[in-house]
Design a protein around this ligand. Sequence first.
Ligand code: DQA
Length: 155
Amino acid sequence: MAARAVKTLWLLHGVNLDMLGRRDPAVYGTMTLAELEAYVARHGETYGFTVRSFQTNHEGEFVEKLHQIVIDAADAAIINPGAWTHYSYALHDALELVEAPVAEVHLSDIDQREEWRRTSVIADVVDVRVRGKGAAGYVEALEKLAGLVEERRRA
Ligand code: DQA
């Protein structure tokens, strides 16, 4: 039997998410970004993903990381772009280039907060959307992405 190929999944966090642990715990939980990244990496392994993590407060760097994902033909990505979700058409256009399945994850339920958070300008260019489930939402995204990667391999 052939060895199961290792799949690479990028976990990208955008603006202000480096401050997890200090941001309102009632909204974002108590985990720091480092703890969240370790949690996702650990769960990722159970779905056969090697998780690589990246965070930036600079929109252009986030876009360039998405370009790198295209060039490297990574297998999947989970992104939480923070506030860029709500207005960055640059992210929308970069995501159009990504062939690998992408999940948009938000710790908080953006549909139950301020009006301006209810818009996601990237919703139509991602494959999976999870919101309001805290860290567990990332595990839900991993599971769904693993299924999509498998489906595409079989196709
Ligand atoms: C967030 C929700 C965004 O509205 C906010 O700007 C963030 C975090 C979330 O994970 O709940 O920075 O993406």
